[in-house]
Design a protein around this ligand. Structure first.
Ligand code: BG6
Length: 454
């Protein structure tokens, strides 16, 4: 079979922002085999030349420090075919003679159903892999329907569901820290841990992505997938091995144990908000509703916060708060594990809150740090707060490069399995329903602020 990667939606943001830079980084690392060809497919007219020119421009923008030789090697592998990806005939014509090894759906999730139906009739070779982005489908019913079509037409073994957070260095280090050290696992439970905050605050605004984002919103864009995956890794039981089956079985067990907030708790356990005009990183941002392509009537949230509980022996009673927002004052990307206070404190003068141990997995910069209390340098009976920190060298391959390599090697360990995708929708679906029917008000926060007021 050929070694041809077909990117459907090649003119879109994902291809430009993530996939082309990731392929260039793979080429620079000598990990893009010379026979790999990349075919971009999109609705608009174009030629190999115009696609290469566009790719050159996008690399300049999204990977400014790229290796020129690697970029040249990538550009010469590119070609372009025009097709409506939801039409089986047009796809069959566009992909004729290509026998693609991989078809990457870099498309808005709401066209997955029609695209998969078209692909199943387009006469792909038996071994072609399909790659889906997150969120997988638009809701539980849609994801179950997609999985059904995939099982019927392709088989689960031919599918990758991408969640690039799983390939982030600090995220993978949750596994190392938890399961390769004696120190942490004995205290990894509700006896010692009081709460866990998983926070993904971004200063970035919409960045011209209204076509996708205005249909998604923060809950579907970040919490349904990325942050629930972080939660699964933080809270799952120890896997027997890191094989794709053991690891994904443990994650799905954990997701199954999460109870979505019931109607009585919905208003206190969830928050949604969207940004109004403001200034972030010395840039003026318009109100979300004034951004090009946004339909204010959709009531899309740019900030979401959800507190979840895990109903099992290890975690009963421990709140897990998941929060993500756009156009916020500062970038804060971390998992913070807050420990309970010591049972008895012999130091007299201390603020109990300020001395609780916190273990932080920070992403950007990548660091794991434990906040501890030690005797002070001046008065030894006054405690001082210190950190035990491990910082990491820059990840050699960025997440998308790592995942593209795994796809080429047909290793699904970091891919989301069908049942995981469905479980994640099961958790957020009641929240989406309560938000749609107005049970939880849509708050506002100025761009550049810390988010909606408490
Ligand atoms: C994407 C979301 O999946 O992840 C974006 O669609 C978000 O809205 C992004 O900004 C964050 O990931 P990263 O790796 O770019 O920080």
């Amino acid at each position: 079979m050929s070694n041809t990667l077909v990117i459907l939606g090649a003119g879109g943001d994902l291809a430009g922002r993530y996939l082309l830079p990731a392929l260039t980084r793979l080429a620079a690392a000598g990990e893009l085999p010379p026979e790999v060809r990349i075919v971009g497919v999109d609705r608009g007219p174009g030629s190999d030349e115009s696609f290469r020119d566009q790719a050159r421009e996008r690399l300049r923008r999204h990977l400014p420090d790229h290796d020129p030789q690697a970029a040249a090697s990538l550009l010469e592998r590119l070609c372009y075919r025009q097709a409506d990806v939801t039409s089986a005939d047009e796809l069959a014509t566009a992909l004729r003679d290509l026998a693609p090894s991989t078809v990457y759906l870099a498309l808005p999730n709401r066209v997955y159903g029609d695209t998969v139906a078209a692909l199943s009739r387009a006469g792909l070779p038996e071994q072609t892999m399909l790659v889906f982005e997150k969120p997988f489908g638009t809701g539980l019913a849609d994801a179950c329907g997609l999985n059904e079509t995939i099982r019927g037409g392709f088989g689960e073994h031919r599918v990758f569901r991408i969640d690039h957070f799983l390939a982030k260095q600090t995220v993978l280090n949750v596994l190392g820290l938890r399961f390769a050290n004696r120190l942490f696992e004995p205290v990894w439970n509700n006896t010692h841990i009081e709460r866990v905050d998983i926070v993904w605050d971004e200063s970035l605004g919409l960045e011209g992505r209204a076509g996708y984002y205005d249909h998604a919103g923060a809950l579907r864009d970040m919490i349904q997938n990325h942050l629930l995956q972080l939660l699964a890794l933080i809270a799952m039981e120890p896997p027997t091995s890191l094989s794709e089956r053991d690891l994904r079985d443990r994650k799905v067990d954990l997701l199954r144990a999460i109870a979505a907030p019931g109607p009585a708790r919905m208003a206190s356990a969830t928050r949604r908000a969207r940004y109004t005009a403001g200034r972030v990183d010395e840039r003026d941002l318009p109100s979300y509703t004034d951004e090009e392509g946004v339909d204010p009537a959709r009531g899309t949230e740019t900030f979401a916060e959800v507190t979840l509980h895990i109903e099992n022996w290890r975690w009963a009673g421990v709140p897990f708060r998941l929060r993500s927002g756009k156009a916020l004052a500062t970038d804060r990307r971390e998992i913070a594990v807050h420990f309970r206070p010591v049972p008895h404190q012999p130091f007299a003068t201390i603020d109990d809150q300020a001395t609780r141990n916190v273990l932080r997995f920070s992403l950007d910069p990548d660091e794991i740090a434990v906040e501890i209390n030690l005797n002070g340098a001046g008065d030894p009976f006054e405690l001082e707060r210190e950190q035990l920190a491990a910082t990491f060298a820059r990840q050699q391959l960025p997440p998308y490069s790592l995942l593209l390599r795994e796809i080429m090697q047909r290793d699904p360990t970091l891919s989301i399995r069908d049942d995981e995708a469905e479980e994640s929708w099961r958790i957020v679906e009641p929240i989406l329903a309560a938000w749609t029917d107005g049970t939880v008000p849509l708050e506002e926060y100025p761009a550049g602020s810390a988010g909606p007021a408490r």
